[in-house]
Design a protein around this ligand. Structure first.
Ligand code: GDG
Length: 739
């Protein structure tokens, strides 16, 4: 868990309270949403990882004054209202959020409006949130931001509070890049940069994680991705899947609550046959029309079921002041009317349709009274209704039909999964569910319930914060400490007292500065002199990504070991002969070279360098830098799609170069091969590049590893710049040693 013990600040568009006036009396009501109960339950845990009350920052229609007066009644949550002027809020919330991001991210691009004023309002509103949070943030506080209304906020806060932990959770689908790229370029950047301000970014499913990482890869190929980590240079960000859950016990317990039992009995008396149930907010993503058409087809195909089943469809009013929602409501009303008119009988109504919201007890009663839950969104981030249905089935009965487009489908494989736009599939699933043997129902329901009982909303919250905590440990490991004072004395003492020593030195950026034209790089006489002195009493290995011809020319005269092409070739110190580390020079280049050549043709000025063991596409000298970077992103993307694991190839996004090489060697494997032959009691490795990280990670714990520059690194210490290398080496050699 988190160690710093500051307070927890939650930022979400809405405050979890509303004020209700009853008989001239004001009361503060807490929303019953899963997130609120999860956070409340977290706050009562014995090892609650934060201190004090939770501050919840959000928009409220009530005035700040009203809320402040009543906040103390809400237990451990302090409501901190953000005031968003009505004209900004309309363009921000109804505009950018719900008239653009919501349809676009739910794969309805034709419903999305790309209005410039929306974007300006979105930025302004995110800034208002940032300002409000800035008023209450203290060192050590953890800020947890929620959802698509606040994508800009993590970066705004990161800028102000670089040392605070910031987490972000995204509740709706993150779309594939083909959809995301429909956004104007500067908007894309604002949103992705915004989200990347967080330390931990959570999505519901692995697909959304993949799409997000794919989008980052397209926009920023230079950010190294390792599993779920993104290295932004100066920060490490984790992106992972945390499928949100529900308060399982609340729904499970409701089954036996007297009020729920009473309503359930009434429902069953009123509808004395099979019940299919659905409840959703009015929204085009929920697939209401498809569902009705599927049900109509079922009745058409199965005359035997007519009069023996009722579809109880509850639609909760939402956004119905917006034109497209009104239209959808009209179409739904008409379709229900059509089905009832077509199949209805004097004492049987095929669809009972209610346009209203339900009190909790009624919802729980409907869940447990129904034989089938028909949950068929055409796209849904997660969908909690299907999970609540399962949790409500204390009797282990009932069948869940679930759209494969809901995030929840990834977890609930014992449901009957359907494609919601395939009417035949829906109709067949309804028939199968209604006719399913009780034993099979029980088997499936038990498995579903078991899973949700274990991974309930509390587990979800704990999982999220546990991940945040281990990320902090990893960030701590990678945090840079400069080589000075005690660490410097320590390294010199160890050097002086060691009996056998080995020193690995990267070339570009370590022994020589990075030059615009790599061919013009020269090793300085001072550095050459130090290396010559160093050879006495030390095994010195220069480890470079360059080819052997260049290295022979530049440093061939020195009596050192040389490793070329990222560990592919090694030159012996005595024989001065080069040996390849792996034997087969496969014909993989034949397949990659034409792709790179094509991108040379598309990007005048770029060129391909064919090394013995790798291919590199350089774009350092292309005049139009932006254009070249775009082409480089495309090439990198194309190569990623082309490289199947069995080819054992890897892509390195270097500094203005994209390189492809075999995976089974790197600077780390090269360094280790030296340690296999002889034990050393002093090991030092220095480097500035991402490829040096392999070396830092491969070397034993006792090794001294030094990163040149400030980028995140697995190296234990840092030197600020290449200029510091020579003085450091000089001072090391000056240590009075045994040798
Ligand atoms: C986002 C994502 C993701 C609905 N009608 C009534 C009622 N509800 C409750 C349900 C359920 C919730 O509302 C709706 O659940 P969703 O999953 O659709 O959640 P949203 O908040 O709309 O949306 C979604 C979710 O965030 C969580 O990350 O799953 O994909 O779009 O809890 O029970 N509750 C009561 N009466 C109603 O009439 N009492």
């Amino acid at each position: 868990m988190i160690n710093n013990k500051g307070k927890l600040i939650i930022a979400a568009y809405r405050l979890p309270f509303k004020i209700v006036y009853q008989n001239n009396h004001r009361e503060l009501f807490q929303n019953s949403g899963g997130l609120v109960s999860a956070v409340l339950s977290l706050s009562t845990q014995k090892n609650y990882p934060f201190s004090g009350n939770i501050s919840w920052v959000g928009h409220s229609e009530n005035t700040a004054l009203e809320l402040q007066e009543l906040t103390h009644e809400a237990g451990p949550i302090d409501a901190i209202p953000v005031t968003i002027p009505a004209e900004i809020n309309a363009l921000y919330y109804e505009g950018f959020c719900n008239d653009l991001i919501w349809p676009l991210f739910h794969y309805f691009p034709s419903e999305a409006n790309f209005d410039k004023t929306y974007f300006e309002a979105y930025q302004a509103a995110n800034q208002l949130f940032a300002d409000k949070i800035a008023e209450i943030t203290e060192p050590g506080d953890t800020i947890w931001i929620h959802d698509y209304q606040l994508m800009g906020l993590p970066a705004l806060l990161r800028e102000k509070f670089p040392g605070n932990t910031i987490a972000f959770f995204f509740h709706i689908p993150f779309p594939s890049f083909e959809i995301f790229r429909l956004l104007p370029v500067s908007w894309r950047k604002y949103l992705i940069d915004g989200i990347l301000g967080a330390d931990l970014i959570g999505f519901h499913t692995n697909d959304y994680v993949r799409y997000f990482l794919g989008t980052v890869q397209r926009l920023y190929p230079q950010y190294e991705q390792r599993l779920h980590y993104l290295n932004l240079g100066n920060r490490l960000v984790e992106i992972d899947a945390f499928p949100i859950s529900i308060d399982f016990n609340k729904f499970d317990d409701a089954y036996q609550q007297p009020e729920v039992v009473k309503i359930r009995t009434e429902i069953k008396q009123h509808i004395p046959h099979k019940i299919i149930f659905s409840v959703d907010r009015l929204d085009y993503s929920k697939g209401l029309l498809h569902r009705l058409i599927g049900y109509e087809l079922f009745l058409e195909n199965n005359p035997g079921w007519r009069g023996k089943v009722t579809f109880l469809m509850v639609v909760v009013p939402s956004r119905d002041t917006i034109g497209q929602y009104q239209q959808m409501k009209t179409e739904t009303d008409m379709l229900v009317g059509k089905i009832n008119a077509r199949f209805g009988e004097i004492n049987w109504q095929p669809v009972i349709y209610q346009y209203r919201s339900l009190p909790f007890e009624e919802l729980a009663a409907m869940y447990s009274a129904s034989d089938v839950a028909l949950i068929t969104p055409v796209r849904d981030g997660m969908n909690l209704v299907c999970k609540e249905y399962v949790a409500s089935r204390h009797d282990n009965r009932g069948v869940l039909i679930l759209s494969e487009m809901a995030g929840a489908a990834a977890e609930l494989s014992e449901a009957i999964l359907i494609n919601p736009t395939d009417n035949d599939d829906t109709a067949n699933a309804i028939q199968r569910a209604l006719e399913m043997h009780p034993d099979e129902q029980e088997g499936r329901m038990k498995a579903l319930r078991q899973r949700l009982r274990i991974y309930d909303i509390d587990t979800w919250t704990n999982d999220f914060f546990a991940q945040l905590s281990s990320l902090e440990t990893e960030q701590e490991r990678l945090k840079h400490t400069y080589l000075k004072g005690k660490t410097m004395r320590d390294i010199k003492e160890k050097y002086a007292n060691a009996a056998s020593r080995i020193i690995f030195l990267d070339f570009d950026g370590t022994l020589v500065p990075i030059e615009r034209n790599p061919q013009e790089v020269r090793l300085s006489e001072d550095m050459a002199e130090i290396l010559r002195r160093m050879v006495a009493g030390n095994t010195v290995v220069i480890v470079s990504g360059r080819d052997r011809r260049f290295l022979e020319r530049e440093i061939g005269r020195l009596p050192v070991y040389i490793v070329a092409e990222h560990g592919a070739l090694v030159r012996d110190i005595d024989t001065r002969l080069w040996t390849p580390v792996y034997d087969s020079m496969d014909d993989w280049k034949g397949a990659i070279r034409p792709i790179m050549d094509l991108f040379v043709a598309r990007c005048p000025g770029a060129f391909v360098e064919e090394k013995e063991t790798s291919l590199a596409w350089h774009f350092r000298v292309v005049a139009d830098k932006q254009y070249a970077q775009r082409r480089a992103n495309e090439l990198s993307w194309q190569l990623h799609n082309f490289l199947h694991p069995e080819l054992n190839l890897q892509i390195i996004n270097g500094n203005k170069v994209i390189e492809v090489k075999k995976t089974h060697y790197n600077k780390g494997t090269a360094a280790l091969s030296f340690l296999e032959n002889k034990p050393y009691d002093f090991i030092l490795a220095m480097g500035d590049d991402t490829t040096d990280e392999d070396m830092f990670e491969a070397l034993p714990e006792t090794a001294y590893t030094i990163k040149i520059g400030e980028d995140l690194s697995a190296a234990r210490t840092h030197l600020p710049s290449q200029k510091d290398v020579l003085p450091f080496l000089k001072s090391l050699l000056a240590s009075p040693g045994k040798l």
